[in-house]
Unconditional design. Structure first.
Length: 132
């Protein structure tokens, strides 16, 4: 289950371990707030129990419109390997960019296949909230 920790009024960290099924379904790791925008400043992912497979990628995106923050191809998510935004096979399209007002953050497996082989995905997402 996801846990959210705040280190100050501006800096936030969402961290936890999700099952492959939770990632496949799409899991909200940070809820949206009225009149606030999220800016993701860093992301760490790690496949647990095996290499991520079958799905195309694991994406961090906003919770409503699906605007991608990062797209981590399953090729990057080998068992127990720490994956960052600058890792090979990771595209960071909106890292450091304010997402839509009221949007939250979601981790979701993308592509035609079901996320398999790994049993869980660990995540640490650092972000700030600003007035929208």
């Amino acid at each position: 289950m996801a846990t959210v920790h705040s280190s100050s009024a501006l800096d936030h960290v969402a961290a936890g371990r999700l099952t492959a099924a939770e990632v496949e379904a799409g899991y909200i790791i940070a809820t949206g707030r009225t009149a606030r925008q999220i800016v993701v400043t860093d992301v760490t992912l790690r496949a647990i129990g095996g290499n991520a497979a079958t799905a195309d990628s694991i994406d961090l995106q906003d919770s409503t419109t699906g605007t991608k923050v990062i797209v981590a191809l399953v090729a990057a998510l080998t068992k127990d390997t720490v994956v960052k935004p600058d890792t090979a096979d990771v595209t960071s399209t909106n890292l450091g960019v304010a997402l839509g007002t009221g949007e939250g953050l979601k981790l979701i497996a993308a592509g035609a296949g079901v996320l398999g082989t790994c049993t869980h995905v660990d995540y640490v997402v650092k972000y700030v909230r600003k007035n929208g």
